[in-house]
Every structure is written in structure tokens, then in C-alpha cells.
Write a protein that binds this ligand. Structure first.
Ligand code: HGY
Ligand code: MN
Ligand code: MN
Length: 413
């Protein structure tokens, strides 16, 4: 087997090549279904085919490569992550798991021994949910939990998901058929950067993920009364931006006061018809609420909704509270995670267990299959930021651990 550093160098080169494909002149942005997304997917598909893997794209734009067992009745083990990104993203969030997986399948494709299971590598098409404000579109199709009503959801340009799929040449009538039937699943493995500071602080290359936090994402509309900045007295205003701004700080204070269990973020704030001499009449903002504790997530959601309503009432502003996305916390499969921990220890690393505050495609998959995730240390835990980075030695460690894990899986099945 080639040494892990040289394999890591090849994965790094591919991560860099993929990162050079972007919707924007500056930074990495490849949101679902855009031309840049399709060019990036084509590049990954060319690497898969060069490795001798059979490939296909499914009805939601996922890219799949397969190593089949000679036993047609064998179950399917999936290695995956996503190739869509947030706006002005880092290079590693998603592509690292896909391109590391491609390295693992390339090695296996060169071996003559048969696999006791079918091995599917999937590059999911929309984990971040940036374009249509609904995450996990790709993995939900594979898990069989895609909600067809989302086909009518429109992006900022008014293009529906159905229209975007048609433009990509994807056949939305096949969405239900493209699920892997629950009884066929053997399991799921995803390698992903930690996107947090623990491994960086502790100088440890990898960790096993025990659970993935639940999320509530909300869009809030604040409707006051637009007015002349020079003529409306301060005590007669219904200023939508001041109401939203008060909520932004209140959400932060709420998160600070409950930081053991939750995180609360307002990442988007849009002032409609903004002008310096107009009292804002309408503002839209987001709320992203997370917790690994389902009960605490639900109570925090209700507390923040009441807080927003009290701010709106006091300021004589109308509040629209639109729940955009809700995912419960999920636990990774203890048996698979135990095998992954053994692979980490076998490669000579301390075994660290972490809960993921970030969502991952493993979330919808966990409803139909046992899932396990490997975290890889990233620079200061920074992610969703062009400063996102991974050291070559850590990537090499992750490849070795993943290969050990897969070899164990072959022996045990
Ligand atoms: O937002 C998240 O948790 C992930 O990056 N989709
Ligand atoms: Mn990700
Ligand atoms: Mn992300």
C-alpha cells in the first residue's frame, strides 16, 4: 500500500483543484445546482472514473461511485460527504470526506479480493441548504426521507427546486426510487473536519463522533412602519430594524446564559428598501439554534419565540416567525463507533469522543442505517471561512484510521 503521506498529498491536490471551481471570483462558493456546482461535480466524477469505479448521478444531483461485491445479495456500506458549500466557504467542509473516500475506494479497486459488501461512495449535492433553505436534500433522497413538497420551494431568484433539477437534467420523478432501501444498508461512514477547536487545542489529529446536535432554523420577519428619518419623532416610530437588532442581541445573551447546552446565532439580516434617510419598515433575520439535548432545544426554541414576540409587541412591530428547518439530535451507532475507536487506537492515536455541533449528512441517514463519523483536526477549529485548513499529517492519519476501519469491517462482515 502506498504510504499514507503520499496518498494524503494526492487528496490535498484534489481538494485544491476542486476549490478552484467557484461561483465567485474570490473564495469558494458552489451552491446546489449552479454551473460551478456542476463543474465541480464533473471533476470529481472524472477522478472516480479514472479510478475504474462505475459512477452515476441520481435524481437530486448526488454523484455516486460503486465498488460491487460479487455477491448480489450483499448489503451496501456507504462512505460519503457533500460537495456543495456555504458562501465564501473553506476548501475542506464536505470535499475532504468525499475525496478521502475516493482514495479508499481507489486502493480497494486495485485489490483482487472480493468485498463482503457493496461499497458506495456518495458526493451529496446539497448538505448546506444555502440555495433552497433546506439542508440535507441529497442525503434525504438516499435515506428515503425527501419531502416532495420541497420541489415547489423557490430560491432568491424565484427558481423552484423542480426547475433547478430539470435544468441539471435530473429526473424528479425518480426521487423515491433513488433511496437505498432500509433493509439494504450495512452502515455509513463520514470523515469531516471538526469545525471546532477541541482537536486543535489538544494537538490530536482525529476523533470519533458520538452524537450530532439537533437544529432549529427560523426566519423572522419584522414589519414596522417605514418613515421619514427627519420628521418622525423618536417616540412615534415603529422601527423594524431596531426591533430586529434588539432580538439579535437578546438571542446572543440567551445563548451566553445557556452556553453549556445551546448555541444561538443570527447569521442573516436583511433590511428591505434600505436607505439612510428612511426608518426601516421591514427587516428579515435568521435564527440558528442548536443543542445535543432535544428537550433543551425545544424549550429554548419556545423561550426565544416568546422573547421575539415581546420585543415586537413593545415596539408596535408585527412579527412573522417562520420555522424553516428542524432536525432532532442523533446518536452515532455505538458498535461502528467502537470499531472506529479501535482503528484510531490501532493507528497509535489517543481516542477522543466528540459531539458535533455542526449538522452532517449522517443525520438523515441515521434514520435508516447505523452511522459513524471521524473528525479531522482543522486550523484553530475555523470553518465556513476561507481560513479553513487541514495539515497533511492529520489527513494522512485520517486516511490510515479510515483504512484500518474499513479493513476491520471487511473481516467482520
Ligand atoms: O450548518 C451546519 O451545521 C452544517 O455546516 N451544514
Ligand atoms: Mn459539512
Ligand atoms: Mn458546513
Amino acid at each position: 500500500m502506498q504510504d499514507y503521506i503520499s496518498r494524503a498529498e494526492k487528496v490535498m491536490q484534489r481538494i485544491e483543484q476542486l476549490a478552484a471551481i467557484s461561483e465567485d471570483a474570490e473564495g469558494v462558493t458552489r451552491t446546489f445546482g449552479t454551473d460551478a456546482f456542476l463543474r465541480g461535480r464533473d471533476l470529481v466524477q472524472s477522478w472516480m472514473e479514472a479510478a475504474g469505479l462505475s459512477t452515476r448521478t441520481d435524481s437530486i444531483g448526488n454523484l455516486c461511485a460503486r465498488l460491487s461485491s460479487r455477491n448480489p445479495a450483499a448489503k451496501t456500506f456507504v462512505i460519503a460527504s457533500h460537495i456543495d458549500t456555504v458562501v465564501n466557504a473553506g476548501k475542506f467542509d464536505g470535499p475532504l470526506g468525499v475525496l478521502m473516500g475516493l482514495d479508499l475506494l481507489e486502493q480497494l479497486a486495485q485489490q483482487t479480493t472480493d468485498l463482503p459488501f457493496h461499497l458506495e461512495l456518495i458526493a451529496f449535492s446539497d448538505e448546506e441548504g444555502v440555495r433552497f433553505h433546506s439542508t440535507y436534500l441529497g442525503s434525504k433522497v438516499v435515506a428515503g426521507s425527501f419531502d416532495p413538497s420541497l420541489l415547489d420551494r423557490a430560491d432568491a431568484q424565484g427558481i423552484t427546486l423542480a426547475q433547478a433539477l430539470a435544468k441539471m437534467g435530473a429526473d424528479a420523478r425518480r426521487l423515491a426510487q433513488d433511496a437505498i432501501p432500509a433493509e439494504q444498508w450495512l452502515g455509513y461512514f463520514e470523515a469531516h473536519i471538526e469545525q471546532g477547536p477541541v482537536l486543535w487545542e489538544r494537538h490530536i489529529p482525529v476523533a470519533v463522533v458520538t452524537a450530532i446536535a439537533g437544529q432549529q432554523r427560523v426566519e423572522l420577519q419584522w414589519r414596522g412602519m417605514a418613515g421619514h428619518a427627519g420628521t418622525v419623532p423618536m417616540d412615534m416610530r415603529q422601527d423594524a430594524l431596531c426591533a430586529a437588532a434588539e432580538f439579535v442581541l437578546a438571542a446572543e445573551q440567551f445563548g451566553q446564559a445557556n452556553k453549556e447546552k445551546i448555541v444561538a446565532t443570527v447569521g442573516k439580516l436583511q433590511v428591505s428598501h434600505a436607505a439612510s434617510n428612511v426608518i426601516p419598515g421591514e427587516v428579515i433575520c435568521s435564527l440558528d439554534l442548536r443543542s445535543a439535548d432535544a428537550a433543551r432545544l425545544a424549550s429554548a426554541y419556545e423561550e426565544l419565540r416568546q422573547l421575539a414576540q415581546s420585543i415586537a409587541s413593545r415596539r408596535r412591530v408585527q412579527l412573522g416567525w417562520n420555522a424553516v428547518q428542524q432536525t432532532a439530535p442523533v446518536a452515532c451507532a455505538p458498535a461502528l463507533s467502537q470499531q472506529l475507536s479501535q482503528a484510531i487506537a490501532g493507528a497509535g492515536h489517543e481516542v477522543v469522543e466528540l459531539v458535533s455541533g455542526a449538522g452532517h449528512d449522517a443525520v438523515p441517514i441515521s434514520a435508516v442505517a447505523p452511522v459513524t463519523m471521524l473528525f479531522i483536526r482543522c486550523y484553530k477549529g475555523i470553518s465556513h471561512n476561507p481560513l479553513e485548513n487541514v495539515e497533511l499529517a492529520d489527513l494522512a492519519a485520517a486516511i490510515e484510521v479510515s483504512e484500518r476501519f474499513l479493513m476491520e469491517l471487511k473481516i467482520n462482515n
